[in-house]
Design a protein around this ligand. Structure first.
Ligand code: SAM
Length: 227
């Protein structure tokens, strides 16, 4: 595991941390809408999608949204935490053998036994653990595994400019009751920006990219690899 991957994964490998995060996250799910939008956009563009990979998938919620939307597709779960794998095996159990589990480091996808030539690579709320360089390396490696016309999707937290950070931080508790109550885990501060993400897609060769949804610090980035 790389040192950046190791830092990112450290808290999540503790069962108490992973269990408390999943329990808290399940209480308020503001991200159901962007997950559903992402799955619908991919279904509309690429209904024949056969393989969907979710990197740093945690309990597998994003992957489940795609497998529901694309009943013919197989899923690949990837994460560095055994505790998260236990949650995912329970949550994704209803999909039976449609899901393969590939534990490993998101900063070294080549070491995770993920096949190349997949239709969709997802990730959510994990790539913000990486710095700009690490984020760009991740996008480049993920894009290289996609088929022509495949989709790279990231639902992730971004760092706005200072003045917007203050404005958003002031009002967010009115809309997200749990805002700011999460126990700390490794972040790369300042968080990578919208521009860092868009640069990363483009440098990875994905120029057809859009921010499909945004609320406060969380953006849904979707990019389609050229055919
Ligand atoms: C905030 S959780 C998000 C889980 C899931 N993607 C979601 O949005 O519900 C962050 C996830 O990143 C995973 N993670 C952290 N570092 C990692 C690494 N180096 N490689 C793979 N997964 C990692 C953690 O185990 C955890 O499941």
């Amino acid at each position: 595991m790389t040192s950046q991957g190791q830092m990112a994964a450290e808290a999540w490998r503790r069962a108490d941390y992973a269990n408390a995060w999943v329990e808290r996250d399940d209480r308020i799910d503001l991200l159901e809408l962007p997950r559903a939008i992402a799955a619908a956009v991919v279904h509309h563009d690429r209904p024949q999608s056969a393989v969907v990979v979710d990197i740093a998938s945690g309990p597998g919620t994003f992957l489940a949204a795609f497998l529901d939307e694309l009943p013919e597709a197989r899923g690949i779960w990837q994460d560095a935490s055994d505790s998260m794998q236990a949650h995912a095996r329970e949550r994704l159990g209803r999909f039976g053998d449609r899901v393969d589990f590939k534990p490993g480091d998101m900063t070294d996808l080549a070491g995770c036994d993920i096949p190349s030539g997949v239709d969709v690579i997802l990730t959510s709320r994990a790539a913000h653990h990486l710095d700009r360089e690490g984020l760009h390396a991740f996008y480049a490696e993920a894009a290289s595994l996609l088929l022509p016309g495949g989709w790279l999707v990231n639902l992730d937290h971004v760092g706005p400019a200072d003045v917007w950070d203050k404005r958003l931080r002031a009002v967010r508790p009115r809309f997200a009751a749990n805002a700011g109550t999460e126990k700390p885990h490794h972040h790369n501060y300042p968080l990578t920006s919208v521009e860092d993400h868009l640069d990363g897609f483009r440098l990875a060769g994905i120029t057809d990219v859009e921010i499909v949804w945004r609320a406060f610090y969380t953006c849904l980035f979707m990019g389609r690899k050229g055919s």
